[in-house]
Design a protein around this ligand. Structure first.
Ligand SMILES: Nc1ncnc2c1ncn2[C@@H]1O[C@H](COP(=O)(O)OP(=O)(O)O)[C@@H](O)[C@H]1O
Ligand SMILES: [Mg+2]
Length: 496
């Protein structure tokens, strides 16, 4: 709750409150939207200032202010932080001195208009922390409506709990913020029977399939899951629970026990229909799952295609045909690797080092016993899928070229001494990804130029890098073949 940054400072600078006491008032302010609604009045939290005013008597600083959503506010202005001398709020001072609830009327505006005042001392572990002032229109509680009578009566029961140190509930048990009463309110008696259901609560119950009159029955008898109520009655603490009545109706129940002179006197149940909220949550979750499932299927299909190509390659008599199919198979597998990772993680970003590991294994599998050492240095971080997919194809192609061409024609003989080294270096600086593939082999053929080459593998590499990835490529000989790639990803990179 952002409003509480200021109260903490006010409490520290202008009052004697210790952190423990402030914590209790903080919890009270977490629940008092509900209290203001029940009271139809403005709530003000008064704490005696320290030191007391030099002119004698007491003065109070306003630590918090809450307006009702059920009625009109008396205070258009923000009173938080204002210091009021005893003379401006005599009933607050009286309630503080007596340690009891004081009620009366007062002319707060100084314009002769009387307001109804109720001052509730806030007690916590045997000491007084402040006074909760309820300031409302004179008419409140006098009009005959049942809803208003019930609400004001509930407020009085909470007031009784506040002055006896029973509300707000201690520590972690209390919810951060209570629901407001507008969504639907049910009052239970000590036998868990409904004594009142607000019109909105009746609507919520209808949506849950309860059509008979609930007054005089328990929620359980109406077929409403009331584990929350049961637990709350046992523990005498508030319990929040989501109840799913039919597959398509979800209601959030907050059960707040009401205690009077050490005895549970009933409970207040707030109901909020969260069906639409939850439906949206579930849609999002299932959308993620669907996307992952699609990637999974794409990966499976690609793997099937690559198996078919492998089978077909084996049956071909022509060596050239076999090589071509094997290359096609390898390209498809490098795309499948990306979909495999996308099918596991939520979101559009893929950790590229995982892809690199798979590409390295794939290249090593094709070494056929030759001793070529493949090393990876650095990390490209997380990349968006639309960068990772073409980049995976490019890297696979370059690794394959290095093991295929750098160290001379492969004779098919298994040798034991180390033949060569291939080094893949990756890095990103938030704006671009840089990739270098370097080998220590024989270097490029005389007169080779990446710009002019027409061979398939490097044409694919060049077109993906300069086209789809909008990057740059350089390829030259420097103690072996070196390929440098630079790919812009500034917009898409996250976490950097
Ligand atoms: N790492 C390398 N070392 C030496 N020569 C290379 C290297 N990479 C590519 N080449 C040369 O570039 C040519 C074109 O490569 P590429 O377009 O991938 O076709 P392919 O691999 O099918 O021959 C290769 O045939 C080879 O002569
Ligand atoms: Mg090649």
């Amino acid at each position: 709750m952002p409003v509480l940054a200021a109260p903490a400072e006010i409490a520290r600078d202008q009052t004697d409150l210790d952190p423990d006491g402030f914590g209790h008032l903080h919890r009270l302010m977490g629940s008092w939207g509900m209290l203001a609604d029940l009271s139809f009045g403005d709530l003000l939290l008064f704490v005696p200032t320290s030191p007391a005013p030099p002119e004698g008597g007491m003065s109070f600083v306003v630590l918090g202010q809450m307006r009702p959503s059920t009625g009109q506010t008396l205070h258009q202005e923000d009173l938080v932080g204002s210091v009021l001398p005893e003379a401006r709020r005599p009933l607050v001072a009286l309630a503080w001195r007596l340690g009891e609830i004081v009620e009366g009327k007062a002319d707060l505006s100084g314009e002769g208009e009387l307001a109804r005042i109720q001052c509730i001392p806030i007690r916590w572990q045997g000491r007084l922390l402040g006074v909760l002032g309820r300031e409302s229109d004179l008419g409140v509680g006098r009009r005959p409506g049942e809803l208003e009578r019930v609400y004001v009566d509930l407020f009085d029961r909470f007031a009784d709990m506040i002055v006896n140190g029973l509300f707000p509930f201690p520590g972690d048990e209390a919810p951060e913020e209570y629901p407001r009463v507008g969504d639907g309110l049910v009052v239970l008696d000590e036998g868990r029977r409904v004594s009142y259901a607000s019109p909105n609560a009746v609507n919520a119950l209808h949506r849950m399939g309860v059509h008979s009159n609930v007054v005089g029955t328990t929620l359980d008898e109406q077929g409403v899951e009331e584990a929350a109520v049961e637990r709350s009655f046992l523990s005498r603490l508030p319990v929040i629970e989501e109840v799913e009545r039919r597959p398509d109706v979800i209601v959030l129940l907050t059960c707040i026990p009401l205690v009077h002179v050490g005895r549970l006197s009933g409970a207040l149940v707030l109901m909020r229909d969260v069906t639409d909220l939850r439906r949206r949550d579930r849609l999002l979750v299932s959308k993620d799952a669907t996307i992952r499932e699609v990637h999974h299927r794409v990966k499976n299909n690609l793997q099937t295609i690559s198996s078919l190509l492998r089978l077909q390659a084996r049956r071909l008599a022509s060596a050239e045909g076999r090589t071509a199919l094997r290359e096609a198979e390898r390209r498809i597998r490098s795309i499948a690797i990306v979909h495999e990772i996308l099918s596991r993680d939520v979101g559009d970003q893929v950790p590229f080092d995982e892809i690199v590991q798979s590409l390295i294994s794939m290249t090593e599998d094709g070494l056929g016993g030759r001793r070529i050492g493949l090393t990876v240095l650095g990390d490209a971080g997380e990349l968006p899928a639309d960068v990772a997919t073409p980049l995976a194809v490019v890297v696979a192609e370059l690794l394959q070229n290095a093991v295929e061409h750098a160290f001379g024609e492969w004779t098919g003989q298994v040798t034991t001494e180390r033949v060569g080294r291939v080094e893949l270096t990756l890095g990103h600086d938030g704006r671009r990804v840089v990739v270098t593939v370097r080998d220590d082999g024989q270097g490029l053929p005389e007169g080779f130029s990446i710009q002019d080459t027409t061979s398939l593998g490097l044409s694919i590499v060049r077109d993906l890098v300069t086209g789809q990835l909008e990057g740059k490529i350089a390829m030259f000989t420097d103690g072996g073949t070196v390929v440098d790639l630079e790919i812009p990803v500034s917009r898409k990179l996250t976490g950097s």
